[in-house]
Design a protein around this ligand. Structure first.
Ligand SMILES: [Zn+2]
Length: 245
């Protein structure tokens, strides 16, 4: 399973899509803009176990702000949304106000629709992300993707019922593994974040959950097999949530 993958952006997207559909029980293809969602949903079709969702990546918020209305419309026809969120790192600080306006509108819309499952980017912006979620109690379920906040922020997210998707690239560093050790084990699902996420200079493929289980097993002090079972149980629970909205 893979709960956060930019499958449409691999150089050989059609082949990776086919292979993911064969190898994975489920793959969540998050797009980065509403127009990319339209194009991807048209091209990468025919696999019921690949979920393609509309999003608006915070890193391109300034270029794609004009597509917000399209996204809000698309959200009416789907049960999951992503990638959305906030990026407070210095590189994207200039667009932070724009990002905040977009994210607030997306979460408000989720709430008005009775809830959605959202794959959320929160780099250096965890507290602001949580503040937006707090303002819209019925927004649904947040899946914090590649979480890199502090332990305090992690606990705040956990208290609000957030899920966490994590993959091999996040677990490649010792700081990433230390934070992973503290994740709430029953709310963690695998992701690749490929092709952006790379290990050994290669894009992480969507079928990397075994590697994630190995890393998490080590971080949690359990066997790879036990970690794999836990991830599988969690994944099925989250899938049921995605289908429920
Ligand atoms: Zn991503």
């Amino acid at each position: 399973m893979d709960f956060h993958c930019h499958l449409d952006l691999y150089p050989n997207a059609r082949e990776v899509f086919k292979e993911a559909a064969q190898k994975n029980e489920f793959t969540w293809l998050v797009t980065t803009s509403p127009k990319a969602f339209v194009a991807t949903a048209r091209v990468l079709t025919g696999a019921a176990n690949v979920l393609v969702t509309p999003g608006l990546h915070p890193e391109i918020a300034h270029e794609r702000a004009g597509e917000l209305d399209l996204l809000l419309t698309q959200m009416g026809d789907v049960t999951a949304v992503g990638e959305v969120g906030l990026d407070g790192s210095s590189r994207y600080r200039k667009s932070y106000d724009v990002q905040r306006g977009l994210f607030e509108a997306i979460i408000e819309r989720s709430s008005a629709l009775g809830g959605r499952v959202l794959s959320i980017h929160s780099r250096q912006a965890v507290n602001d992300v949580l503040a937006v979620l707090d303002r819209h109690a019925r927004f649904g379920t947040a899946v914090m993707h590649w979480f890199t906040g502090t332990v305090k922020e992690l606990r705040a997210a956990e208290e609000r019922g957030c899920w966490f998707s994590i993959g091999p690239a996040a677990l490649a560093s010792s700081s990433g593994r230390a934070l992973a050790a503290k994740l709430p084990r029953h709310f963690v699902v695998p992701e690749s974040d490929g092709p952006f996420a790379q290990v050994d200079d290669k894009p992480v493929p969507p079928w990397s959950a075994d590697l994630t289980a190995r890393h998490l097993g080590q971080a949690w002090g359990i066997s790879t097999q036990e970690a794999a079972i836990l991830l599988s149980e969690n994944s099925h629970r989250l899938l049921r949530l995605i289908r429920q909205y």
